[in-house]
Design a protein around this ligand. Structure first.
Ligand code: NAP
Length: 279
């Protein structure tokens, strides 16, 4: 019998996960189908119960439900619990277990360009849900420092205090951080600034970034944000959010099926939807 997989969020129409996962089910000859469901916050508990009752194999969770879903699950793995957010749920013999593949997905994509983050000096711009997943995941890799810059500096400080893994970190306001970008080997932008349609905006001044440092933006629409373009002009290596998106999806697919899928195929598929060649 066909197994149901899904993504729940609100809004959900823009999600590229259905195209990516349905292609994988066909490619690996798995009798599954992946559907998007728009779920309003007030219906989250009922929606989770329903997916469990009909025996869905698993599902992804996106904005705004990543944190609020936790009380409705039977179990949450250690990293997801520390982050306080779940983006992947697996139906393990009738019990729903939550995972977070956003941070590990970012790390796997990053490793294509920076094989290790051990002893690296890292700056994360933003202190929201994605920053939290990336920060906690990178903190486990024993970097020299991970500083956080955010519009609301107090939120960056809270993030640092919440991190269960020991790492040296300082919270900065965005303007302050813009002056010291030369100190970092890796800068990861995680705010909403620069996303379509506001493509002429940039969170941080990149005039001082070191050439050959790696600058990532987890936004993938547009494929090259103004921030990435400016960093590239300074001679930095750049990476957009496609790799994080593809690897978080690959890790979810592996949890549901036991198969780690062909990420190049996934990447090409997503790029085709976005109509570009990436960077
Ligand atoms: P979130 O929890 O709402 O966090 C938003 C962050 O953006 C906060 O740091 C917030 O700062 C900052 N921000 C928002 N508007 C701002 C403005 N006008 N000026 C300065 N800072 C502003 O969102 P999220 O879930 O972390 O997602 C953030 C981004 O990551 C989105 O673009 C999302 O599409 C992307 N993302 C990509 C992937 C991927 O797979 N590539 C996965 C997840 C998320 P304050 O704290 O001051 O409000």
């Amino acid at each position: 019998m066909k197994k149901l997989f899904a993504v729940i969020g609100d809004p959900i129409g823009h999600s590229m996960s259905p195209i990516m996962h349905n292609d994988l089910f066909a490619f690996y000859d798995i009798d599954g189908c992946y559907l998007p469901f728009q779920v309003k916050s007030e219906n989250l508990g009922e929606a989770v119960k329903g997916l469990k009752a009909i025996g869905a194999g698993g599902f992804n969770v996106t904005v705004p439900h990543k944190s609020n879903i936790i009380p409705f699950l039977d179990e949450v793995d250690e990293l997801a619990a520390s982050i306080g957010a779940v983006n992947t749920v697996v139906n393990e013999n009738g019990k729903l277990k939550g995972y977070n593949t956003d941070g590990p997905g970012f790390l796997m994509g990053l490793q294509m360009l920076m094989p290790t983050t051990k002893n690296k000096r890292i700056l994360i711009i933003g202190a929201g849900g994605a920053a939290r997943a990336i920060y906690f995941t990178l903190a486990k890799e024993k970097p020299a420092i991970i500083d956080i810059a955010n519009r609301t500096a107090a939120k960056a400080q809270h993030l640092i205090e919440d991190c269960p893994y020991p790492v040296s970190s300082t919270a900065y306001a965005l303007v302050e951080a813009g002056k010291i970008t030369a100190e970092y080997d890796l800068i990861v932008h995680t705010t909403l600034i620069g996303m379509t349609p506001n493509i002429e905006e940039m969170a941080l001044d990149v005039n001082n970034v070191r050439s050959k440092s790696l600058i990532c933006d987890i936004i993938y629409n547009p494929l090259e944000t103004k921030f990435l373009r400016a960093a590239k002009e300074k001679g930095a290596l750049i990476q957009n959010g496609i790799d994080m998106f593809v690897y978080q999806g690959a890790l979810a697919f592996e949890k549901w099926t036991g198969i780690f899928p062909d990420v190049q195929r996934m990447r090409n598929n997503v790029l085709k939807q976005l109509g570009g060649n990436g960077c």
